[in-house]
Design a binder for this molecule. Structure first.
Ligand code: HEC
Ligand code: HEC
Length: 368
C-alpha cells in the first residue's frame, strides 16, 4: 500500500517536472519555441531565451568593417614583431590550430612567464559586451591595447611596436588600402586587429541551425539534453540568450583564496559578492576550448558535468592569507542536480550540438 502511494507520488512529481511524456517532449521541442516547457529560472537570474547567433557579427560605427582592414588585421594578428621580444604574436596564444586558444591550462607569455588565466578562444568575441574573464573592458579595441601591452602577454611598448611596424615597407600598401594613407598608428593597428578578430565567428552549429528552424536536426537524446539544460540541470540560469551567457559574473568554487587570480570580478567592482566571480563563458565550440574555466582547472567535459551535478562546493576560509579580500561565496544559482547517468549522457549530447566548423586559416606570409 505504502509502495503504491510512493509510486503515485513519484508519478505525480514526475508529471509536474516533465509535463509531457518522452515522445511528446520531442514533438514539443520540434515545434515553436514559445510552446516549449517553461525554463527553471531562479529569482535573481538574468534570463533571456535561447537563440541562434546572428550570422553577421556587429561592427562598431567607430570602426566599421572593410575587407582591406580585415586583411591588414590578419597580418598583424600573426606578426610576432608587435611584441617586446618580437617572439609572441596574438596567434601564439590564439592559435587557429587549437580553436583560437592554446590548449594549455594557463597561457605562457613574455619571457615564458606563466599567466594566471586560461586563454579563451577569440571566436565569437565580436558579440561580447564585456570582455576578459573579469569583464574589465567593454570593447575589443580596449582589449587589444591591454593584451598587447600586458607584461605577461606581449609586454609591448605601444609606440615602439608601432614604429617597428612602420619600418616594414610591405605594410605600407596594406595600411593605405585600409585607411586611405600609409601612415601607421597605434589606433590603426588596433582597429585592423579587432576587425579581423570580429570576423572570426562560429554561427553554423547544429544548435544554431536547430534554433533557426531545422528542428529535425536534433536526435532524441539531444532534445532531452536541451530540455535538461533548460530545466532540471539549471544551466539556463546563467548560460542563456544567443551567446549562452548572461554576461554576468558568478563564483563556482573554481578559485581558491590567495591562489593565482582568485579575485575575479572583485578586482573591478570591489564588491564582496564578486570575489572569485568570473564571466559566464559563451559555450559554442566547447570541444576546442578545453581545459575549461578561468584557470583551466577542469580538463574535460565529463569532469565538469560531474562537478555541476555535485553542486560544486563552498571553499572554507583560510587562516593565514595575509589579505583583506573576503571569502568567495558559491553562487546561489548553483545547487546539486541529481542527474542520472542517462541524463548526464543526454546533457552532454546536447552540449556537443554547440560545436561546429571553427573558422580556420593558415598564417599569412611574413611582411618585410
Ligand atoms: C600570452 C598569451 C596571449 C597573447 C600573446 C594574447 N592573448 Fe589574448 N588572451 C590571453 C589570455 C590569458 C586572456 C584572458 C585574459 C583575461 O581575461 O584577463 C586573453 C583574452 C583575450 C580576449 C578576450 C576573450 C574573452 O572571452 O573575454 C581577446 C579578444 C583576445 N585575448 C585577443 C587577443 C589579441 C587580438 C591579441 C594580440 C594583440 C592577444 N589576445 C594576445 C592570452 C593571450
Ligand atoms: C551560476 C551560473 C552558472 C550555472 C547555473 C552554470 N554555469 Fe557553466 N559556467 C558559469 C561560469 C561563471 C563559468 C566560468 C567559471 C570560471 O571560470 O571559474 C562557467 C563555465 C562553464 C563551462 C566551461 C567553458 C569554458 O570555456 O571554460 C562549461 C562547459 C559550462 N559552464 C557548462 C555548464 C552546464 C552544462 C551547466 C548546467 C549543468 C552550467 N554550466 C551551469 C556559470 C554557470
Amino acid at each position: 500500500m505504502l509502495n503504491k502511494i510512493g509510486c503515485m507520488l513519484s508519478l505525480l512529481v514526475g508529471l509536474w517536472v516533465f509535463p509531457v511524456s518522452g515522445d511528446t517532449l520531442t514533438e514539443v521541442y520540434r515545434g515553436p519555441q514559445q510552446n516549449w516547457p517553461a525554463p527553471f529560472i531562479d529569482e535573481g537570474a538574468q534570463y533571456s531565451p535561447l537563440a541562434s547567433l546572428p550570422v553577421q557579427p556587429p561592427y562598431p560605427s567607430e570602426n566599421p568593417y572593410s575587407d582591406e582592414k580585415r586583411e591588414l588585421g590578419k597580418h598583424l594578428f600573426f606578426d610576432r614583431r608587435l611584441s617586446k621580444s618580437q617572439q609572441i604574436a596574438c596567434a601564439s596564444c590564439h592559435d587557429p590550430d587549437l580553436g583560437w586558444a592554446d590548449g594549455r591550462r594557463k597561457s605562457i607569455g613574455h619571457n615564458r612567464q606563466v599567466h594566471t588565466l586560461n586563454t579563451p578562444s577569440v571566436v565569437n568575441t565580436a558579440y561580447l559586451t564585456s570582455v576578459f574573464w573579469d569583464g574589465r573592458v567593454n570593447t575589443l579595441e580596449q582589449q587589444v591595447v591591454q593584451s598587447w601591452s600586458n607584461p605577461i602577454e606581449m609586454a609591448a611598448s605601444l609606440p615602439a611596436a608601432t614604429t617597428r611596424i612602420s619600418q616594414l615597407h610591405d605594410y605600407s600598401p596594406l595600411f593605405e588600402k585600409a585607411f586611405g594613407t600609409a601612415q601607421v598608428t597605434t589606433s590603426r593597428i588596433t582597429n585592423a586587429i579587432t576587425t579581423y578578430v570580429r570576423s572570426l565567428t562560429l554561427t553554423n552549429t547544429k544548435f544554431d541551425r536547430f534554433l533557426r528552424g531545422e528542428r529535425a536536426l536534433f536526435s532524441e537524446p539531444e532534445i532531452r539534453g536541451l530540455h535538461l539544460f533548460r530545466t532540471k540541470a539549471r544551466c539556463i540560469n546563467c548560460h542563456n540568450g544567443a551567446q549562452l551567457s548572461d554576461g554576468q559574473f558568478h563564483h563556482l568554487g573554481t578559485s581558491f583564496q590567495a591562489v593565482g587570480n582568485f579575485e575575479g570580478r572583485y578586482s573591478v567592482t570591489g564588491k564582496a559578492t564578486d570575489v572569485g566571480a568570473f564571466r559566464t563563458p559563451n559555450l559554442r565550440g566547447l570541444s576546442h576550448t578545453a581545459p575549461y574555466m578561468h584557470n583551466g582547472l577542469i580538463n574535460n567535459l565529463d569532469n565538469l558535468l560531474a562537478l555541476y551535478n555535485a553542486g560544486w562546493w563552498q571553499n572554507a576560509p583560510l587562516h593565514d592569507t595575509n589579505n583583506t579580500i573576503p571569502l568567495a561565496t558559491l553562487s546561489a544559482l548553483i545547487q546539486p542536480l541529481n542527474l542520472s547517468k542517462t541524463e548526464m549522457h543526454d546533457l552532454r549530447a546536447f552540449l556537443e550540438t554547440l560545436n561546429g566548423t571553427m573558422p580556420f586559416t593558415t598564417p599569412p606570409p611574413e611582411l618585410n
